[in-house]
Design a protein around this ligand. Structure first.
Ligand code: GLU
Length: 324
């Protein structure tokens, strides 16, 4: 594939060499890489699930892999540099990157392309039960993991901090641990609270709530209302009660959606085959994670997207009659 010309050519050269001695020349394989997130999040499962379906395609000859990454912002940067072909990113990050706002101020990424929307992702604040945190305001003076640079939660937490007039000095510690390290840090009492923009249920919150007594904290009040009113890509949401030990009640918060994105330069055929692999096998895809349970194909391709649809995706959706 064009954006991986060097490594793909070297690899297919080796394949060709092997083929000369063993079997008839095979059609050239395309290698694609999908950016995900931490291994205990949902993006990693999304990426692995998509690759599993793509790698089963008999005629397409695509080899897909989906490594763990730093999250949404790291995925945008990886797609932009050509290191990744596709990736999962939060809808707020997609909007900001495409339009050049927020952390992408004055650098609109015009070649960014939307592929489809996936599950909802509430901003999830989890605190140790012994930390004396019952509301967002109680985070002042506490040890909070505000997320690794490159993650979507860090990006969204910065929006919350700005709305509250907070800086990192508001907390006694503002740590920047990766998503997959947060649960252990909470359990080991190295932090009082962690934030994660993530689908539910997920492995990280499960890990935290089974190793330490911890509570999901509601996010509401004036600052949160303002954020939701001001930005079209944020909406109020609820983390259902009963998903995690010690958290029987629904918790109000706000959130975004996870979206699948690519670059206008990524091959139309590869993106077409990728969405075809998913939507032709949609029941199987949905069973791969409980957060996918309520997904509806037509809604996934028509709402929650800011960048234009990738041409390869649009071709498949037109064939299905989902878009004009
Ligand atoms: N929303 C997170 C991020 O953008 C990742 C969540 C996940 O891995 O499921 O970094």
């Amino acid at each position: 594939m064009k954006r991986h010309a060097f490594s793909a050519a070297a690899f297919s050269g080796a394949l060709l060499g092997a083929a000369m001695f063993s079997s008839p020349v095979m059609a050239q394989e395309e290698f694609i890489t999908i950016g995900t997130g931490g291994q205990t999040g949902v993006y990693y499962v999304v990426g692995q699930s998509v690759c599993r379906l793509v790698n089963r395609l008999e005629d397409a000859n695509i080899k897909c892999n989906a490594p763990s990454t730093g999250g949404s912002v790291a995925n945008i940067n990886g797609i932009k540099s050509g290191e990744l072909d596709m990736g999962v990113v939060q809808s707020d990050v997609q909007y900001q990157a495409y339009n050049g706002t927020g952390n992408f101020e004055d650098e609109p990424y015009e070649e960014l392309r939307a592929v489809f929307r996936v599950h909802g992702e509430p901003l999830t604040l989890l605190a140790r039960a012994d930390a004396g945190i019952e509301t967002l305001d109680d985070l002042e003076g506490k040890r909070v993991n505000i997320g690794n640079p490159g993650s979507g939660q860090r990006n969204t937490m910065e929006v919350v901090m700005e709305a509250k007039g907070w800086t990192e000095d508001t907390f006694s510690l503002a740590s920047q641990l990766d998503a997959a390290e947060q649960a252990a840090a909470l359990a080991d009492n190295n932090v009082d609270a962690m934030v994660y923009v993530v689908g539910h249920p997920n492995g990280s919150i499960q890990e935290a709530t089974t190793t330490v007594d911890a509570r999901l904290i509601p996010l509401n009040g004036e600052a949160i209302d303002g954020i939701v009113e001001e930005h079209p890509y944020y909406s109020k949401s609820v983390i259902p009660g009963g998903l995690y030990k010690g958290n029987p009640d629904d918790v109000d918060t706000f959130g975004v959606a996870a979206t699948f994105v690519s670059d206008a330069d990524t091959s139309e055929e590869v993106v077409y085959q990728t969405v075809k692999a998913i939507f032709d096998n949609f029941d199987r895809f949905k069973r791969l994670h409980p957060a996918f349970e309520n997904l509806d194909p037509q809604e996934m391709v028509t709402s929650g997207l800011s960048a234009p649809l990738h041409e390869g995706a649009a071709r498949y959706y037109r064939e299905q009659g989902w878009i004009e």
